[in-house]
Structures are given as structure tokens and as C-alpha cells.
Unconditional design. Structure first.
Length: 258
């Protein structure tokens, strides 16, 4: 299993952090909830949640060992308020008890969204809410198209059969999964959220560390990988929207019936 470069992710993930803060703003915290941070990453937003629930507790879950290690370091001063758990979000080893589920930039890494939302439903108490954002619709479509086009060239042919790990569902598919899982009062939207970079180097570095890191394992050496990433950046520079990562985010807010 390819794991994240957690420190680099924490340094570069400003767009994801901003979106997560926007999702948090739609949650009306009382201050004493038990919250599940589903896909906590390096813990930046976990700390934000902790500041809003001074009498509550957070179960921060991530599947990545490096993310949990980094989050443990960042949240060490909040040990009594935050419990860290390394687990698959499809099978979380806790019982029905959570008041609120928050998730930022995580669900598009999970292929079975019905099982995912069923598991979220299971661990919520009656009347509990889920608030999340994740990639959906035409998310990074231009980047994927550019990747596939370059992989046809002899120099990069080892990437031609590469499968992608993401699951970018439509609003309709996402809502259907939420309804089937049992959620009500569903609010859902698809929002364009492009991120523009100042030069090829910063664009290529972001794409490598934040987006494409799981699919570069077949690259035979560092030099070839750098050449491929530079070509991606150059092609983007000459494209319709230069040096832009074409992010699209699905935002959801839903409730478990009482």
C-alpha cells in the first residue's frame, strides 16, 4: 500500500483546509458533542473542531499510518479531547454513539459509497448529522485527460494501463446512496473550486504530492517521474485554463432520523 507523505500534505493542502473550514461553518456545534472526524489527515481541522466543542470529544479516524502519526504529533496537547484511530471508514470499530460526523476531502478515495454512508449511518446516534465535502462530478477531469494522453507516448507507456483510485460520483448518485442508507433532510451541492498555480514547478509539485502520488508507483525512476510531471505542467500551461487544477467538490449535509 502506498502511503501519503503526511508532512508534505500538511504543508501543501491549503485548498483542502479552506474547503474543510467552510464545511465546518455549516455545523451548529453545542460545545459538548462527540464528533467523528472521518479522514482526519494530519489533524489541522481536528484541532479546529476541538476549539468549538470545549466540553466534547473527537474520534479522529484515518486509514493512513503516516497521517495518524503526524496527527498524533500535532494534537498531542489535546490528548484528553481527541482520540486517534487508524481504521478503514467502511468498517469503523465503534458503536452507535456519535452526534456529528465531519469529513473533508476523503470520501472520493472510497469506492463503495453505499457501504460508506451505511457505516456513517450506523455509528450516528438518532438525530445525528453528517457534514462532508469531497471530490465529485467532473473533478480533475482535465488533469486525468492530460495524464491519459501523455501515457500514450512511448516514454511514458508504463502508465498507459494505470487505474485511478478515486470515485467521483455525481450529485444524483451521492443522494441516492444517502437515501438508501437511511438519511433524511439531505442538502447536497456540486461546486466548482479551481486552484491556480503561479508556475509549472509549483503546479507539478502539488499534482505529484496531493493528487497523483498513488498512481506513480509504476514510474521506473525519479528522473522519468520528474520528466512526466514537468510535461503535465507544461501541457497545462499551454491549455485552456493554464496551471489550473480543475477541482469540483460535492458538499453534503444530512441527518439520521430520531
Amino acid at each position: 500500500m502506498i502511503d501519503w507523505d503526511a508532512k508534505e500534505y500538511g504543508r501543501l493542502n491549503r485548498p483542502h483546509l479552506n474547503w474543510g473550514q467552510s464545511v465546518l461553518s455549516q455545523i451548529d456545534f453545542r460545545g459538548n458533542e462527540l464528533v467523528l472526524d472521518a479522514g482526519c489527515g494530519v489533524g489541522n481541522l481536528t484541532i479546529n473542531i476541538a476549539s468549538q466543542i470545549p466540553n466534547g470529544h473527537i474520534i479522529a479516524v484515518d486509514k493512513s499510518k503516516s497521517m495518524i502519526t503526524e496527527a498524533s504529533s500535532k494534537t498531542s496537547h489535546l490528548r484528553t479531547q481527541i482520540s486517534l484511530l487508524r481504521a478503514d471508514l467502511l468498517y469503523i470499530p465503534i458503536q452507535e454513539c456519535v452526534d456529528t460526523i465531519f469529513s473533508n476531502a476523503t470520501f472520493h478515495w472510497i469506492h463503495d459509497h453505499f457501504q460508506l454512508f451505511s457505516e456513517m449511518y450506523r455509528i450516528l446516534r438518532p438525530g445525528g448529522t453528517i457534514s462532508a465535502q469531497f471530490g465529485g462530478g467532473p473533478n480533475i477531469k482535465s488533469l486525468i485527460n492530460r495524464f491519459c494522453q501523455l501515457s500514450k507516448e512511448p516514454e511514458f507507456e508504463y502508465l498507459a494501463e494505470q487505474s485511478f483510485p478515486w470515485n467521483f460520483r455525481s450529485i444524483e448518485e451521492t443522494k441516492s446512496c444517502l437515501i438508501r442508507a437511511g438519511f433524511i433532510e439531505i442538502q447536497i451541492s456540486l461546486v466548482e473550486a479551481p486552484v491556480v498555480f503561479p508556475d509549472v514547478s509549483s503546479y507539478s509539485h502539488f499534482v505529484e504530492k496531493i493528487i497523483l502520488f498513488p498512481v506513480l508507483g509504476n514510474v521506473p525512476d525519479d528522473e522519468t517521474q520528474r520528466a512526466f510531471l514537468t510535461r503535465l505542467g507544461t501541457e497545462s500551461l499551454n491549455g485552456e485554463k493554464p496551471l489550473t487544477v480543475d477541482y469540483w467538490r460535492i458538499n453534503i449535509l444530512a441527518r439520521k432520523p430520531k
